[in-house]
Design a protein around this ligand. Structure first.
Ligand code: NAD
Length: 408
């Protein structure tokens, strides 16, 4: 099953088989409230004009404004944006922030645009989308290939068109333009709190010395690795798009970061063995952390995995078929809508600070986030135990019931 929206719906249906959910509301949740497709004319540097296609899917706003990132990628499609907005509704409900789910995207390879073209495209997206955005309506954020700079252009355009001076229509902004301290480390840090709670729950027998392999070494993976190491876990493998490295005695995460900054990749690190991304997934480790791409754990490799725990830091890294294999094999899978929800929880803190004219320091943000992640984990665990089911089903049941309560 390759259509991401069908994957998302199958996950919800599976949870609905564990416990009865209101059938009418269930059906409503299988549709976005609204999706918008726009054409964005952009003046290119050579004097020509190109028309780009942009999307925004607003899945559900029963619990608060639609919330979710804007992605720039050549493979962006309406189905992908719809699936991602659906997952945002559930993620926000699991971590219990008062937001619904939204997601946007533009079909473009931003690496082929000059900075000027990128700015004109980002401002053009807002000129077409501004009527459906706003602090109480729909609050975008960065996603794949977008960043704080792009959010700042978008906010500036939004403010010029609408006359609004509120900073709260976008999150993930640079700190000097109303962004929040702690946002950069939030997703990885939040995931490590979830891992710590998973270990404390003692749901399965684990070796005394716990090892971790992480696919990816970007924003989420590096902060996850640093926080996990401070919990006393041994990070033995990391990777990037060029390949991975393995050191059974443990990697010096800070040293790997410096090395990657200098060389552009983690591969060929002196003292570590080069491995492929596929080999990394099958290493004999306690915890496997996919923190890069979608659909990397599939029916072709699920039986080869040796990890006892999978922490889904990427969005949608496990196909439904692989998930069924992990359940059968008693592998604990901590689903993305719980594991990586620290990012959006901190986006909520940014939105809240903007609305109330406050500015919290990093320690305040991370302390608040830690509490929120522990609570989210405990809430999901309670449902898991009550229904004797997987973490994924439990997270869906919890989120669906919170959203359905708010739907009235
Ligand atoms: P990033 O761009 O900073 O890092 C991505 C990493 O993946 C890089 O190390 C890159 O080299 C690696 N990568 C790319 N192609 C690869 C390949 N073919 N094989 C192996 N590795 C490959 O992105 P990020 O912000 O760290 O996001 C990682 C994942 O986490 C994504 O799935 C994203 O949707 C998800 N996520 C991110 C956040 C956030 O706050 N950044 C929040 C929730 C979910």
């Amino acid at each position: 099953m390759n259509n991401p929206f069908e994957t998302a719906i199958a996950q919800l249906d599976q949870a609905a088989r564990i416990t009865p959910l209101d059938p009418k509301k269930l059906e409503q949740l299988k549709h976005s409230d609204r999706y918008t497709e726009v054409s964005i004319p952009v003046d290119m540097d050579d004097g020509s004009q190109k028309i780009f296609t942009g999307f925004r899917s607003q899945h559900n706003n029963a619990r608060g404004p639609y919330k979710g990132g804007i992605r720039y990628h050549e493979q962006v499609s309406l189905d992908e944006v719809k699936a991602l907005s659906f997952w945002m509704s559930f993620k926000n409900a699991v971590v219990n922030v008062p937001f619904g789910g939204g997601k946007g995207g533009v079909i473009v390879n931003p690496k082929k645009l000059s900075p000027g073209e990128l700015e004109r495209l980002s401002r053009g997206y807002i000129r077409k989308m501004y009527p459906i955005l706003g602090p109480q309506l729909d609050v975008p954020a960065p996603d794949v290939n977008t960043n704080g700079q792009i959010m700042w252009w978008m906010l500036d355009e939004y403010q010029k068109i609408t006359g609004s001076s509120s900073l709260a229509t976008f999150t993930g902004k640079p700190i000097e333009h109303g962004g929040s301290q702690g946002r950069e480390e939030a997703t990885g840090f939040g995931g490590s709190v979830v891992l710590r709670e998973t270990l404390r729950a003692e749901l399965i027998k684990l070796p005394k010395e716990k090892t971790v392999a992480i696919q990816g070494f970007g924003n989420v993976a590096t902060f996850f690795a640093e926080s996990a190491r401070s919990l006393g876990l041994k990070i033995v493998a990391v990777s990037d798009s060029k390949g991975g490295i393995y050191q059974p005695d443990g990697l010096d995460v800070g040293g790997v970061e410096k090395y990657k900054k200098k060389k552009g990749s983690v591969t060929n690190l002196p003292g570590a063995k080069n491995i492929s991304n596929e080999e990394l997934l099958a290493l004999p480790v306690t915890v496997l952390v996919p923190a890069a791409l979608e659909n990397v754990l599939h029916v072709g490799n699920a039986r080869k995995l040796e990890a006892s725990i999978i922490i889904e830091m990427a969005n949608g890294p496990t196909t439904n078929e692989a998930d069924a294999i992990f359940t059968k094999r008693n592998v604990l899978v901590i689903p993305d809508i719980l594991a990586n929800s620290g990012g959006v929880a901190t986006s909520y803190y940014e939105w809240y600070q903007n609305i109330h004219g406050e500015s919290w320091n990093k320690e305040q943000v991370l302390a608040k986030l830690e509490k929120q992640m522990v609570q989210a984990f405990q809430d999901v665990l309670e449902v898991k135990k009550a229904h004797d089911t997987t973490f994924r089903n439990a997270a869906y049941i919890l989120a669906a019931s919170r959203i359905m309560d708010a739907m009235g």
